[in-house]
Design a binder for this molecule. Structure first.
Ligand code: ATP
Ligand code: MG
Length: 286
């Protein structure tokens, strides 16, 4: 059975007037079905308001389905008795690093989650040190969190999620507020966590980040508009335009240079361009 199993999930936000009467409602998610396998790396993309964050919150029980079901490791998120178990199995990292820091000192912040799980102090210390090493922030463990850069704060937020020892982490636009160097480090950490077996779900507006995943789910108006490998999605220019997405810069360059479709990342492209340049030099010197 899949680690996360979503069946016909519909999530409707209802607006009420002052007398408590339903005034209007909006289907943020509309009959979504999908499975997330353990150890996979899935990207979720789509235009603003397409339902990405709402889906993320449904996957760890922060929001409950209006219709349909979400099961995590066999537990229904609508069953109250499982909610803490589900939240400890599926961690979340959000966009704004400032909103996620709860303690003034780095190590206390990372310890916050495990403390709430009632874990014994010695084990908490081990987990905090281990999580801080994973995100390359161990040296900052006794520093005030507010002194850190946005990218460093986001790495602390990731350490906080990692310290809960979750099976899965959902990243909701974790790099949106970071500079390119901060973004790169966060992406490296996500890939490392996935390589260590943590199931990763990455919501992003950056297509070059989505291209790093095994699978991209594209949402449009609360529905799944596409569910495929990055290569298949980025080879379909019509669909990309219809979904309001952009091609990752590497793929855009590939298209303009008329390169083979299997060239899909910066490294392969650099090799291909180097090869072509070499060929050009050889034919010039002949
Ligand atoms: N708490 C809420 N109350 C009412 N409507 C909401 C609420 N949260 C989201 N919505 C609506 O649900 C729809 C989906 O929103 P959601 O935040 O999931 O989109 P998103 O794809 O994450 O967008 P973005 O890229 O801007 O983060 C939008 O129409 C939004 O206005
Ligand atoms: Mg969102």
């Amino acid at each position: 059975m899949a680690f996360i199993s979503v069946r016909d999930l519909t999530l409707e936000f209802t607006k009420y007037d002052e007398e408590g009467r339903a005034e209007s409602s909006n289907k943020a998610l509309d009959t979504i079905s999908l499975d997330i396998e353990k150890g996979s790396f899935t990207a979720v993309v789509g235009m603003n308001g397409s339902g990405k964050s709402t889906l993320a919150k449904c996957l760890n029980g922060l929001l409950l389905p209006t219709e349909g079901s979400v099961n995590v490791d066999g537990m229904d998120t609508s069953d109250d008795s499982h909610i803490w178990d589900i939240r400890s199995k599926v961690g979340m990292v959000f966009q704004n690093p400032d909103n996620q820091i709860v303690s003034s000192i780095v190590e206390d912040d990372v310890a916050f989650g495990p403390e709430n799980l009632g874990i014994e102090p010695a084990e908490i210390c081990r987990r905090v040190d281990d999580a801080l090493r994973k995100v390359g922030m161990y040296e900052k463990k006794d520093k005030p969190a507010h002194m850190l850069s946005g990218g460093q704060k986001q790495r602390i937020a990731i350490a906080g999620a990692v310290a809960m020892r979750p099976d899965c982490i959902i990243f909701d636009e974790p790099t949106a507020m970071l500079d390119p160097s901060g973004r790169g480090k966060v992406m490296e950490i996500i890939k490392e966590l996935n390589a260590e077996g943590i199931t990763c779900i990455l919501i992003t507006h950056f297509m070059e980040e989505a291209a790093e995943s095994d699978r991209i789910i594209a949402l449009k108006d609360g529905r799944i508009a596409s569910d495929s490998s990055p290569i298949d999605l980025f080879s379909d220019a019509r669909l990309i335009e219809e979904l309001g997405l952009e091609l990752p810069p590497a793929i855009e360059l590939r298209e303009r240079l008329g390169m083979d479709k299997c060239v899909s990342n910066i490294e392969d492209m650099a090799d291909e361009i180097r090869g072509r340049a070499q060929q050009g030099r050889n034919s010039f010197s002949e």
